[in-house]
Design a protein around this ligand. Structure first.
Ligand code: AHR
Length: 520
């Protein structure tokens, strides 16, 4: 090859490279004139179980405590939850729910029986928090109540009586008992689940057996017209659809409003060695976030089954337990599920939100596991101190999406982010029209090494948008965390993007979550 040929070949390669670089511009098109389903605020629900210090210590200190409290509930924690606009709290479990007997949690606290919490650490369960205390908590927080009933060791009669105790209005011995215990007005039970994880800790049942039991329990689970809860059936926990199929087919003719689906993220995917919450390598950063994205497929498969049986979409698909699950923090009781919470958890939360929004037609509730001190917690406490975790900040940044209307979008040239054999899209996005009328974007850059630039196209948005303002959450280290005494390591910072050559260009730092409102 002579010099001229070599030069023109080089020029060709260079122009091809430049051309492909130009083509590789990441572009986000928001279909602002194509509204989808409303993102139910309960997608931002929480879960509080009698587990470790999730309730006792983390939330409940008792009225006699020196930790400032209102009727036993920590004032600082409740204030932080209100700031998060927590819409819904699920209680008392989890696995604990199938061993919980509600009568043991009413009446004078010092007379309540002390039991062994056989599921979580074998510690004493004082029953100090029971029905009245739970409703006091949700009323203080301003949230709806999701009560999980006991199918595993309870009876249809016990379930029916609990509902009557909570909801009966007029003359009834159980309503009188509730009044005697300090509550005149009925409690408002928005959601009631019949059992939990029936395939596992809830009784290791086959779907067919659970369906029959559910039918029996639901037949007698009554509440006055106008205050009937949405009844929730225990479903599956992965991509399989056998539980959804059995419930959708088998629960016709009895109260049944939604399926509960659970899905946890383990860095290794192995329950015996899940992976560490801190000090992990990039291999576990990517495996965690890539695993999270699998829920998109799990939900899609289950929705497809529901669509066959329930084309009007009356049955909800509630992701009522999700979150990261790591090896327990060394030195803690393994039954307490204590783990640290880092920037990785914030991204994991935001990826969940973006997927849930895309399935807002059926995913009308989700509950992160769990609210305080357990698994992927919002808040960690020690004595009278607390720290807001990176997960808390992700939830707080996404509050404008509560009850917003989801919008279609197209993400083009989304670069792959890969480590070894694991690969995932670098970027994830969601768009919605908020209740405030503004257009909101939620963006995640999962690549911990590389910032990304995203060109925005607002198809059908009407008047030109000139800037995007909001907040960004990122940190120098993948496992940057907030802890008691070091509470400010990961905090949202102001973010603004403007026009570049007449186009709105959003620059996303490496390993970041960005939430912005578009402005003219
Ligand atoms: O959140 C911890 C436990 O995980 C719940 O009790 C159970 O439902 C799930 O297996």
């Amino acid at each position: 090859m002579n010099r001229t040929h070599a030069m023109s070949l080089l020029t060709l390669v260079a122009s091809l490279l430049m051309g492909s670089a130009a083509e590789a511009q990441v572009k986000l098109t928001v279909l602002a004139d194509q509204p989808g389903a409303v993102i139910h605020r309960n997608v931002y629900g929480q879960f509080a179980e009698h587990l470790g210090t999730g309730i006792y210590e983390g939330l409940w200190v008792g009225p006699e405590s020196r930790v400032p409290n209102l009727r036993g509930w920590r004032i600082d924690v409740v204030k932080a939850l209100k700031n998060l606009k927590v819409p819904l709290v699920r209680w008392p479990g989890g696995c604990f729910a199938d061993e919980y007997h509600w009568r043991e949690g009413i009446g004078p606290r010092q007379q309540r029986p002390v039991k062994v919490n056989t599921t979580w650490g074998g510690v004493a369960e004082t029953n100090a928090v029971g029905t009245h205390e739970f409703f006091d908590l949700v009323e203080q927080v301003g949230a709806e109540a999701y009560v999980n009933g006991n199918l595993g060791t309870g009876s249809a009669q016990e379930t029916a009586e609990w509902l009557e105790y909570m909801t009966a209005e007029g003359q009834s011995t159980l309503a009188e008992l509730r009044r005697k215990n300090g509550r005149d007005k009925p409690f408002r039970v928005h959601y009631f689940a019949i059992g939990n994880e029936a395939w596992g800790c809830g009784g290791h049942m086959r779907p067919e057996y659970y369906v029959d039991l559910y039918r029996q329990f639901a037949t007698f689970a009554k509440a006055p017209r106008g205050s009937r809860p949405v009844f929730i059936a225990s479903g599956g926990h992965d991509e399989r659809t056998d539980w959804t199929e059995a419930l959708a087919k088998g629960l016709k003719g009895v109260p049944f409003g939604a399926i509960s689906h659970h899905g946890y993220t383990l860095p290794t995917g192995k329950w015996d060695k899940k992976g560490s919450a801190v000090g992990f390598g990039e291999d576990q950063w990517i495996s965690t976030l890539a695993h999270t994205l699998k829920i998109d497929d799990y939900i899609a498969r289950n929705k497809a089954v529901l669509d066959q049986h329930d084309p009007k979409k009356q049955i909800g698909f509630f992701f009522d337990e999700w979150g990261s699950w790591y090896d327990p923090e060394p030195g803690t009781d393994p039954g307490f599920l204590v783990q640290r919470n880092t920037l990785r958890d914030a991204l994991l939360a935001a990826l969940h939100f973006n997927v849930f929004h895309a399935h807002a037609d059926r995913v009308r509730m989700s509950n992160v596991a769990q609210m305080v001190n357990v698994l992927q917690a919002m808040i960690v406490t020690s004595k009278d101190k607390l720290a807001l975790t990176p997960t808390y900040h992700a939830f707080e940044m996404y509050t404008p999406f509560q009850d917003a209307t989801s919008l279609g979008l197209r993400l083009e040239n989304n670069p792959a982010y890969s480590v070894g054999a694991v690969s995932m899209p670098s970027l994830s996005a969601t768009a919605a029209r908020g209740k405030d009328g503004r257009l909101w974007l939620g963006l995640v850059n999962s690549d911990p090494n590389k910032p990304q630039e995203l060109l925005l196209d607002l198809a059908g948005a009407g008047a030109a948008v000139t800037s995007a303002k909001g907040r960004v959450l990122t940190a120098a280290a993948m496992d940057a965390e907030n802890r008691i005494g070091e509470t400010e390591q990961v905090r949202p910072q102001p973010y603004e993007a403007g026009l570049v050559n007449g186009k709105l260009l959003l620059k996303l730092p490496a390993k970041s979550v960005v939430v912005v409102a578009l402005t003219r």
